[in-house]
Ligand binder design. Structure first.
Ligand code: GLU
Length: 303
């Protein structure tokens, strides 16, 4: 199948050193496979989007020599794709309305002695699986148990991290597909779009690896293909956490993108080729292919 990759930034601000790593890696991987590279603006979480950030990101990518092969798409214009997917999940009995507020969930978890949040998110205790109990519907959730009531276990292979496993039921719980404020969730939108755009390879930051089992579960329910996944190393901010605007990330300087590209290449473990030079990106593609080739050999031996 012809390789189709993508970079899917949320326009919550300009690209910075951390987001450029994912952009460069996904671009390099597409080039190394002779594939097509798309850019999808993930602007479903409208309260977090910054006006103009989408156009600025596209300019930054162009300045870095990374223009997409097809016209970019905006998730905010694709609700007509997300609704049928949600309808299909509901018709299968795999999605259900939930009337719980955060405090309802906290109370139910505390009563069950399970109040510890995971990455700041509460594992939903399943209260509305059996109906709304007279409450108005707020969000729509995806069921995470088999028809026989067993846990959903997802095992998957990451091209860099190797074999991964998650008990979706215990570690994540029934997750939101459509939010109480009516917005589409990242999980549903990303799965529908990766499928609709024929994405064969997802290359993105390691902070998103934990979402992959939810996405694989949705792909299975919706009967669409699961792409190959590769999660890239993160750039850390001064506080040791993933680099973000909150911990000091600077917007990439459009006047000198070569330095930022070189730093991103170093994060990816690629050799420090002198930049800028006309064939710098081509040399990076060759270095990426060599690195991935070595990794592929290693993972073959490991399995
Ligand atoms: N929009 C997500 C983000 O910027 C990335 C989604 C993805 O690559 O799957 O964090």
């Amino acid at each position: 199948m012809a390789y189709r990759g993508r970079f899917a930034p949320s326009p919550t601000g300009p690209l910075h050193a951390g987001s450029l790593v994912a952009a460069l890696a996904s671009w390099l991987d597409a080039q190394a496979h002779g594939g097509t590279w798309l850019v999808r603006i993930e602007d479903v979480d409208t309260p977090r989007c910054v006006p103009g950030a989408d156009q600025f990101i596209l300019q930054q990518l162009a300045a870095c020599g990374l223009p997409p092969d097809e016209a970019p798409v905006w998730q905010s214009q694709r609700a007509s794709l997300y609704q049928p997917a949600l309808d299909s999940l509901t018709a299968q009995g795999q999605a259900y309305p939930c009337g719980c507020t955060r405090s309802d969930i906290e109370r139910a978890l505390a009563a069950a002695g399970r109040s510890k949040p995971r990455h700041g998110e509460l594992v939903y205790p399943g209260t509305c699986r059996s109906g709304l109990h007279g409450k108005p519907a707020r969000a729509v959730r995806c069921l995470t148990s088999t028809p026989e009531g067993h846990d959903i276990q997802v095992t998957w292979h990451d091209r860099r991290l190797g074999l991964q496993h998650q008990n979706l039921t215990q570690e994540v719980g029934d997750f939101v597909l459509k939010r109480a404020d009516g917005l589409w969730s990242y999980q549903l939108a990303v799965v529908v779009d990766d499928a609709a755009q024929g994405i064969t390879h997802v290359v993105r930051g390691e902070d998103l690896a934990d979402n992959t089992p939810r996405q694989i579960h949705l792909q299975r329910l919706l009967g669409v293909a699961t792409p190959a996944y590769l999660h890239t190393p993160l750039v850390l901010g001064a506080n040791g956490e993933k680099l973000s605007k909150q911990n000091g990330a600077q917007a990439l300087d459009l006047r000198d993108p070569s330095r930022a590209l070189r730093d991103a290449a170093r994060t990816l473990g690629l050799p420090d080729l002198a930049a800028p030079q006309p064939d710098w990106l081509a040399a990076m593609v060759a270095a990426w292919s060599a690195q991935r080739g070595a990794d592929n050999t290693r993972s073959t031996h490991a399995t």
